[in-house]
Structure formats: structure tokens, C-alpha cells
Ligand binder design. Structure first.
Ligand SMILES: Cc1cc2nc3c(=O)[nH]c(=O)nc-3n(C[C@H](O)[C@H](O)[C@H](O)COP(=O)(O)OP(=O)(O)OC[C@H]3O[C@@H](n4cnc5c(N)ncnc54)[C@H](O)[C@@H]3O)c2cc1C
Ligand code: SF4
Length: 330
């Protein structure tokens, strides 16, 4: 690991100023991703801005939403009474991620900004457009078993890696905003606009501006409690990143679906929300036939590589299973 200078700001605005003064500096929270990247030579920030002492751990309900501080630990969020009762989909997704030990270190802000797990990204001897822009994509002609099947229209992507987070798939399905502090003060980013697709600049995972610090996320109240499910398919039950995951949430009344949310993990460069399917489900009585029809409809746009064609059927089956459990008809 290359030497770095350690900085410890006392306030959010001091942290932002430190980051703006040192464009290559990076914030560090739990360190469960960043330290790995530094040890492997993928990230080498000359300065680390340790944000762990900032007052950003609070989880509270305000007006019509839960506000979760960026430094709240993944384990604390998953076990918090407000989250378990008002947003059980989020609690389920968090508990499906990583291991107990890692969840005890990992923070909400770090989870949002964790980097891909593509093995070519982690091997500095191999080409990777995300790690070294313009060097090529090792996975494209290499082993692409865990890679994406959904892209930005027909454009050729410069990176076919998938977003690794479980938490983010639940947040994509819910009405979430990400609150950030920057040089011009505070701003809110709709969750759907936080992560980027990979057409031109795969090295840029998000739409954050230089120096911006995530201070919290806000999840709006909803009527999905009792009818949501997070389903994760992975190679190893103890802990592993998702091959495919589904966050399904339904608002049910009188035997019909009145509102629906569906997001997928492990299939695209960002958590993948299924807006069209949600419209198709509204007003319908739930059934396996309906869920199969909507899944097959959406998967017509999937594009597999040499080794990940299995994901198309797996995604359809996972969507149907998650929707059935959410609807209570399994
Ligand atoms: C063995 C292993 C297995 C795992 N399995 C899973 C899994 O199955 N599912 C899953 O979802 N995740 C998994 N993870 C990833 C884990 O969830 C992330 O490493 C963790 O959430 C990152 O949080 P952190 O606080 O440690 O972030 P850090 O490593 O401290 O930071 C990560 C990035 O976020 C930036 N950052 C952190 N906080 C902020 C902030 N407030 N504002 C702006 N930038 C910020 C840092 O600069 C850095 O770029 C696994 C990790 C490991 C090591
Ligand atoms: S898929 Fe993305 S992260 Fe993986 S090698 Fe290609 S450019 Fe790099």
C-alpha cells in the first residue's frame, strides 16, 4: 500500500473543504471496501479523510420518511425498529449482504459507493476501462459469468460489470433520496440518479460532484409493509455477492395489486428498476401466470455474453418467486 496522509475533520463542512482542497483525497468510513482497493493498488489516495467522528449515525422518523445517517452501520440499520417495521424490504436486503462482521463495520454511505466486484477490475495486470480508462474491458472477451445482461439501449457499453450492493437494490425499489453536502451546501439526489450506466465514462460510478459527502438517505413511507420480499441468488449461502437479486414490493387491497415496485441486482451497471413492469402489475389480481408474463416481457431486452446466458432464465425465475412471496401466493 502506498503511504498516505491521514486527516480527521471535526465537522461536515471541514470534511468537504478538505476534500475540495485535495482533489485526489478520499473519504473513509468503515474501510471494508476502500482498504481492500488500496492494498491491491487499485486506489491510492494520497490523503484519507476519516469521517467516522462526524455526527452522521442517527436513524429517525421525520414527517413522512425515515432519515438514516450516512455513518449508520449496516447491522444497526437492519436491526433498527423503525426500519424493520416501516421498511422491512431494506432490512431484509441489508441482512442478505456480506457477513455479520462486515455489516458491523460497513456504513450506509460506503455501501452506496462500494465499487464493482468484477475480477478484472481487481487484477491490475489485466485491462479494465473502469480502473484504467481506455485500456479495454478484460471481461468482454474473457470470463463474464457474473456480468451484466441489461444495458443502456443498444449502445455498446465500455464496462459490463454489475453493481454489487444488496442494500441499493431495495433502495432502488423504494422512494429514496440521497442527501449530500458540497461546496454549495446541501442537495438531494433521487436514488435513480445516483449511479450511472457505463456508456462513456465507466470510471465514474456516480453523479456525485467533487468533494461531495453523503450525509444521509431518506426513504419515504409507503404501503408496502407486509407485501415485500428481497430474494438473493448466490453461489454460496454463507456470504457471496448476488448473481441475481430481486426487491419486490406490492400494495395489495381487495385481492388486487394497487401499486408495485420491482428492482434487480446483479444484472446491470446500476441497480435496475422495472418501471414498465410496475405499470403492468397495477390493478391486476396476483397470479403466477401474470408474474411470468411480466418477467418474460422485460427479459426480451436482456443481452447475454458468452458465459452468463443462464442469468436470463435465473432472473425470470427469481422475479416470479419474489413477486409470489410478496403477494402471499407462494
Ligand atoms: C468479503 C466481503 C463480502 C461482501 N459481501 C457483500 C454482499 O454480499 N452484498 C453487499 O451489498 N456488499 C457486500 N460487501 C461490500 C460491503 O457492503 C461494502 O464494503 C461496505 O458497504 C462499504 O462500506 P464502508 O463504510 O466500509 O465503506 P468504505 O470502504 O469506507 O468506503 C467505500 C467508498 O465510499 C466512499 N465513502 C464512504 N462513505 C462516504 C460518504 N459518507 N460520502 C461520500 N463518500 C463516502 C469512500 O471514499 C470509498 O470510495 C462485501 C464486502 C466484503 C469485504
Ligand atoms: S467489466 Fe468493467 S470492471 Fe470489469 S474489466 Fe470490463 S471495464 Fe473493467
Amino acid at each position: 500500500m502506498k503511504p498516505f496522509q491521514y486527516l480527521r475533520p471535526k465537522t461536515v463542512s471541514e470534511a468537504v473543504s478538505m476534500a475540495l482542497d485535495n482533489p485526489e483525497a478520499q473519504y473513509i468510513a468503515g474501510g471494508t471496501n476502500l482498504i481492500d482497493l488500496m492494498k491491491r493498488g487499485i486506489a491510492s489516495p494520497p490523503k484519507l479523510i476519516d469521517i467516522n467522528h462526524l455526527p452522521l449515525k442517527k436513524i429517525e422518523h421525520r414527517y413522512d420518511r425515515i432519515r438514516i445517517g450516512a455513518l449508520a452501520l449496516n447491522s444497526d440499520v437492519a436491526q433498527h425498529k423503525l426500519v424493520k417495521t416501516r421498511q422491512p424490504l431494506l432490512a431484509e436486503a441489508l441482512l442478505a449482504g456480506a457477513s455479520g462482521q462486515i455489516r458491523n463495520m460497513a456504513t450506509v454511505g460506503g455501501n452506496l459507493l462500494q465499487r464493482t466486484r468484477c475480477s478484472y477490475f481487481y487484477d491490475v495486470a489485466l485491462p479494465c476501462n473502469k480502473r484504467k480508462p481506455g485500456s479495454g474491458c478484460g471481461a468482454e472477451g474473457g470470463i463474464n459469468r457474473t456480468h451484466a445482461i441489461f444495458f443502456n439501449g443498444s449502445e455498446v457499453p465500455s464496462c459490463i460489470a454489475v453493481h454489487p450492493s444488496d442494500m441499493c437494490v431495495a433502495l432502488a425499489a423504494l422512494d429514496t433520496s440521497v442527501v449530500v453536502a458540497g461546496p454549495a451546501g446541501e442537495r438531494r439526489i433521487l436514488f435513480k440518479d445516483l449511479h450511472r450506466l457505463s456508456t462513456k465514462e465507466p470510471e465514474m460510478d456516480t453523479t456525485l460532484n467533487p468533494g461531495e459527502l453523503i450525509t444521509s438517505i431518506e426513504v419515504l413511507d409507503n404501503a408496502f409493509t407486509g407485501h415485500s420480499h428481497y430474494l438473493k441468488v448466490r453461489d454460496r449461502a454463507s456470504y457471496a455477492f448476488a448473481l441475481v437479486s430481486v426487491a419486490a414490493a406490492l400494495q395489495m387491497d381487495g385481492g388486487k395489486i394497487w401499486d408495485a415496485r420491482l428492482a434487480l441486482g446483479g444484472v446491470a451497471h446500476k441497480p435496475w428498476r422495472y418501471w414498465a413492469i410496475e405499470l403492468m402489475l397495477r390493478g391486476q389480481p396476483p397470479s403466477e401466470k401474470l408474474f411470468r408474463e411480466v418477467a418474460e416481457h422485460e427479459l426480451q431486452s436482456a443481452r447475454a455474453g458468452e458465459h452468463n446466458a443462464y442469468k436470463i432464465k435465473l432472473t425470470a425465475n427469481a422475479m416470479i418467486a419474489a413477486l409470489k412471496i410478496a403477494a402471499g401466493i407462494s
